[in-house]
Design a binder for this molecule. Structure first.
Ligand code: AMP
Ligand code: GLY
Length: 430
């Protein structure tokens, strides 16, 4: 029997999910923007906002969906998985109560403390901005300040790195949030490990490094992620196998404490001399990370979804062993002052051997337009990070005018800097 799957969300992550599913099922999708890549793969694409749980349930009923996948965290926060589950459409994505692991950072840290999840930084939570700001002014150690709610990856400020304590306190007072987490500044190299989770089972995928900062050399403001790479093995060049296993143990401990969790569990780790600590959890695939993971996944993603729904053991995952490099093209001015509504040209054919994923663009009758978020990504695969990087870089010929790209993602010099940084932190001479 052919399954009918509903995909919620219209970004690059969801284009990657659509590509992983389209050949194996009848696929329908909905999002507020019309993503031309998803629309081309799906049997139907409806303009329904990601947080409109009622309308999403209606669309699922119209198309006869048996299964759903929710891409964006905003939808999980709005209870879209709850509404679909309750309507009898099994949804690969946590209910809002479990998605709080991502959507409520104070909950996330308290959960880690109460459940003794390894890798929790020292933290304090605050119910009002003034108390948080005063606390930041009172401490000498470097801290990260975070609004507890969702900010698209752009809400965190780190002292000693981006700002001084006084600036961080001023930011807390000016930003329009009441609840804050103030925590120990973690120093090291960041990496992501994502897992498929259902019925207490955890199937992990290879580590990935995202690049949060807007400009080359890790300068500029934080973004949703400008690009990412993975290696031919589950680890990255700056990690040991033990570091990866430590990260996996964290994800397993989370699922032990939250046995009802289902969907993708994403751990963002900071690797320092003492091993990985948890920067955050996300309750869905990373974006861009989904675009690294899914093209290298050989196990049909649909098999993961149906096993989860049917209460069967999740399949053991197999990967192609390709390294992957993903580079995002974003609107000029992103993330602080993105030029939304600009007409853009993307030449798919110019992507050559790489995969082109459309992201937060809107396809209208007269062409393609930017939104305030990332526009499209290219992903190169290869037998080394360098080979994958070369393919991704060549594929950027697809970009017309008006885009910004971090060309340094996945380059040998940047990867070498990561390795040298870790060696320095570990006190190795290299
Ligand atoms: P988040 O919104 O939690 O993903 O945080 C965005 C980015 O802020 C992370 O990817 C890190 O680069 C940085 N960050 C968050 N928490 C910390 C921390 N405790 N120490 C240092 N950097 C952090
Ligand atoms: N790549 C970071 C995120 O998806 O939040």
């Amino acid at each position: 029997m052919t399954e009918t799957v509903l995909l919620v969300g219209g970004g690059g992550r969801e284009h990657a999910i659509a590509r992983a599913l389209a050949d194996d099922c009848d696929l329908y999708a909905c999002a507020s923007n019309r993503n031309p890549g998803i629309a081309a793969l799906a049997d139907g694409f409806e303009a329904v906002g990601e947080r409109e749980a009622g309308e999403i349930v209606d669309y699922a009923a119209d198309v006869g969906a048996d299964l759903a996948v929710v891409g964006p965290e905003s939808a999980l926060e709005a209870g879209v998985a709850d509404a679909l589950d309750d309507a009898g459409v099994y949804t690969f994505g946590p209910r809002a109560a479990q998605a709080r692991l991502e959507t409520d950072k104070a909950f996330q840290r308290r959960f880690m403390r109460e459940e003794s999840i390894p890798g929790c930084p020292a933290f304090e939570t605050f119910e009002d901005a003034e108390s948080a700001a005063k606390y930041v002014e009172s401490v000498d150690d470097d801290v990260a300040v975070k609004p507890t709610g969702l900010t698209g990856g752009k809400g965190v400020r780190v002292t000693g790195d981006q700002v001084a304590h006084a600036e961080a306190a001023a930011y807390v007072r000016e930003a329009d949030h009441d609840e804050w987490v103030v925590e120990e500044r973690l120093v090291g190299e960041e990496f992501t490990v994502q897992a498929f989770v259902a019925d207490g089972e955890v199937r992990v995928t290879p580590a990935i490094q995202d690049h949060k900062r807007a400009y080359e050399g890790d300068e500029g403001p934080n973004t949703g992620g400008m690009g990412s790479y993975s290696d031919t093995t589950p680890t990255l060049p700056f990690m040991t196998g033990d570091d990866y296993e430590d990260a996996v143990a964290v994800l397993e401990a989370v699922v032990d404490a939250l046995p009802e969790y289902k969907g993708v569990l994403y751990g963002q780790f900071m690797l320092g001399a003492e091993g990985p600590k948890v920067v955050e959890f996300n309750a869905r695939f990373g974006d861009p990370e989904a675009m690294n993971t899914l093209p290298a996944l050989e196990t049909p993603f649909l098999d993961v979804l149906t096993a989860a729904r049917d209460g069967d053991s999740l399949p053991e995952l197999s990967f192609s062993g390709d390294a992957t490099v993903c580079k995002y093209a974003v609107p000029a001015g992103y993330p602080t002052d993105p030029e939304a509504g600009a007409r853009i040209e993307v030449d798919e054919d110019a992507a050559g051997e790489a995969i082109l994923f459309y992201a937060s663009v809107d396809e209208r009758e007269d062409g393609l337009y930017t939104t305030t978020s990332r526009s499209f990504a290219v992903v190169g695969l290869g037998d080394s990070i360098a080979a994958a990087e070369g393919r991704a870089e060549s594929a950027l010929a697809a970009a017309g005018e008006g885009f910004h790209v971090r060309h340094d993602v996945g380059t040998e010099s940047l990867v070498r800097r990561r390795v040298d940084h870790m060696a320095e932190l570990r006190g190795e001479d290299d």
